[in-house]
Design a protein around this ligand. Structure first.
Ligand code: ASP
Ligand code: MG
Length: 408
């Protein structure tokens, strides 16, 4: 038998020596069944956050190259230790860094994307019946190492599974899978058996932190089924797959993202497009945007960005104000984005109405909205985020939602 399984273990799943030993035992069991095993690991526990805090105590804005050097170490520790734990059980295992494993990335240090994977070394090792333990979250750029952005081990695992033509790609984490809402906020949230790539990407971008959104995009691109499950509970799990493999539903989930800031720009004297170009030149990611023509022919613009992006934008807006290209601006970080996601939104009328009706009834102000084929978002006061999630979960009866494979 020649089947390959790629398994990724997140920080809490490799958070202690005991966890490493437990995982090693499971990996060895599957290997003994005849699978070729490629394991991708994250840094132990909160290691990456700890490294960032060390860094912040030393330098205000260190060079990105050194940040990559620092942040890539956490995953290397995990891969070496897990490899030893497997060896201690009498099996051959080889730990590899991203560069050693043939993962090439583009040149954006600390937020790099995987550009290609040279699988030769991994395939050779698998041929020799080695279990591979790869450090996630990293790749090679030129002669250097780079890291792939927070949560990047998911991307490492999915890209490797695609490149190797793996039979299975399992992402092990500390939650049982993908829920219709954050179970800490909505205790009767439903664990979904399945979800489509598109819905998962939207949920990841809307505040559900189960898996890195970019990793799901890679899975969609290669049409790779991904199973997200808990390393603490083998019976759990949500399969991320193609929409047309699933039975239809209208709404699948609701999520709130409090990592947003709203910037309103008033009295644009150039067209909105020119102002936006100035802001976009800062390499910020505008998540939501509205343009209002006022009765006096002035234009106002509101954008939603990550709070980390407010500072550079503020500097730009001060410039634009000084040169009288805008009248004024206001920044509000006390907002949240609440979104409902579901592939039935495109085909069912009235969903947006039900959503805004529900928020109004709960007494929650809505400052901005946006709709797409599979998502409707509202910008609301931050303090109302959890209430909004609970109210919407009830309105759309998500406590009984079932997302299942369609009968073939
Ligand atoms: N250790 C990195 C992080 O915490 C990468 C990962 O966990 O996937 O973001
Ligand atoms: Mg981590």
């Amino acid at each position: 038998m020649n089947r390959i399984i790629v398994e990724k273990y997140g920080g809490s799943s490799v958070g202690s020596v005991d966890r490493m030993k437990a995982i090693a035992a499971n990996v060895v069991t599957r290997h003994s069944l005849g699978y070729k095993m490629v394991i991708v690991v994250s840094a132990m526990g909160d290691t990456t956050d700890d490294l960032i805090s060390l860094m912040n105590q030393i330098a205000v804005s260190p060079r990105h190259r050194e940040m990559s050097m620092l942040l890539s170490t956490g995953e290397m520790v995990s891969s070496a230790l897990l490899s030893m734990a497997i060896q201690a059980l009498g099996k051959s295992a080889t730990s590899l860094t991203g560069p050693q494993g043939g993962i090439h990335a583009d040149s954006v240090h600390t937020e790099a994307k995987i550009s290609s994977i040279d699988t030769r070394r991994i395939l050779e090792l698998l041929e020799r019946d080695e279990i591979i333990v790869m450090a996630g979250y990293q790749g090679k750029v030129g002669d250097d190492i780079t890291v792939l952005g927070r949560g990047g081990s998911d991307a490492s695992a999915v890209a490797l599974a695609a490149a190797l033509g793996a039979d299975q790609c399992n992402i092990y984490t500390d939650v049982n899978g993908v829920y219709s809402a954050d179970p800490r906020v909505v205790p009767d949230a439903s664990l979904l058996d399945c979800i489509s790539y598109e819905e998962m990407i939207e949920l990841a971008g809307s505040g559900a932190r189960v898996m890195m959104g970019r990793a799901v995009e890679i899975a969609r691109k290669y049409n790779l089924d991904v199973l997200v499950k808990s390393s603490f509970d083998e019976s759990s799990g949500t399969l991320i797959t193609r929409e047309d493999a699933l039975e239809k539903v209208v709404i699948t989930g609701v999520a709130a993202n409090t990592d947003v800031a709203k910037i309103s720009i008033y009295g644009l004297h150039r067209n909105a497009h020119a102002i936006l170009r100035c802001v976009a030149g800062l390499n910020v990611n505008i998540r939501l945007l509205t343009v209002n023509e006022m009765p006096n022919h002035e234009t106002n613009l509101s954008i939603i960005v990550h709070p980390d992006e407010v500072m550079p934008i503020r500097q730009k807006l001060d410039e634009l104000k000084r040169s009288e290209q805008i009248k004024s601006y206001a920044i509000n970080t006390d907002v949240a984005k609440v979104s409902i996601v579901g592939s039935g939104i495109a085909t069912h009328s009235g969903v947006a109405f039900d959503m805004f009706d529900c928020l109004a009834e709960a007494g929650i102000d809505v400052f901005m909205t946006s709709t797409s084929e599979i998502k409707i978002s509202a910008i609301i006061p931050k303090h109302a985020a959890n209430d909004a999630v609970r109210a919407l979960h009830t309105t759309f009866k998500l406590n009984t939602i079932k997302r299942k494979l369609a009968e073939a």
